[in-house]
Ligand binder design. Structure first.
Ligand code: CMX
Length: 136
């Protein structure tokens, strides 16, 4: 089941200056900064009700976020949906013909298993499925 919008990802050039902007707008202090080495990205999360805003700053020219900013500038990069069972949803969407970026879920930021759908198969919107990793 898809439960809610878990977060909206925003590509930024500089996490520090964007942190100030989004903390001011949301009137909320960020709760986590995390480097995701495998994705060449530094992330920062700010809570907003049941959802979050995730800021993403590229740490290398290999980063998809770097390519995105070069081509389109800073802005909304993806929408992430919280799911109960990411394996089930991946199979379901693959069966319907959607292009998954990975065959198995990957470890993402903020203690999540994640999988992206290619924006070409979803009207130009990059969609992330994410499932909280339950510890213990
Ligand atoms: N939204 C919509 N369209 C996008 C896009 C985005 N975020 N990023 C790229 N595109 C478009 C490109 O403009 C390009 O369009 P055209 O063919 O019309 O020029 C097309 O998609 C292909 O883009 P590409 O850069 O050539 O890239 P790939 O096909 O190799 O990339 C993509 C696939 C976009 C899904 C991937 O690069 C990506 O963004 N992956 C997600 C990475 C990410 O967000 N990691 C952070 C994870 C942190 C966490 O854990 O939360």
């Amino acid at each position: 089941m898809l439960n809610k919008i878990e977060h909206i990802g925003i590509a930024v050039k500089n996490l520090e200056s964007s942190k100030k902007i989004f903390e001011e707008i949301l009137n909320e202090v960020s709760y986590k900064e995390e480097l995701v080495g495998s994705e060449w990205v530094k992330t920062l999360f700010i809570k907003m009700g049941e959802s979050k805003i995730e800021l993403l700053e590229p740490t290398s020219e290999n980063s998809a976020i770097e390519k995105f900013i070069e081509k389109r500038g800073e802005g909304i990069h993806h929408i992430a949906f919280d799911v109960d069972d990411i394996y089930f949803e991946m199979e379901r969407l693959k069966g319907l013909g959607y292009q998954l970026l990975n065959l198995e879920p990957k470890q993402g930021a903020d203690n999540k298993l994640i999988c992206f759908l290619h924006p070409k198969s979803s009207n130009g919107v990059l969609i992330e499925l994410c499932q909280e990793i339950k510890n213990g």
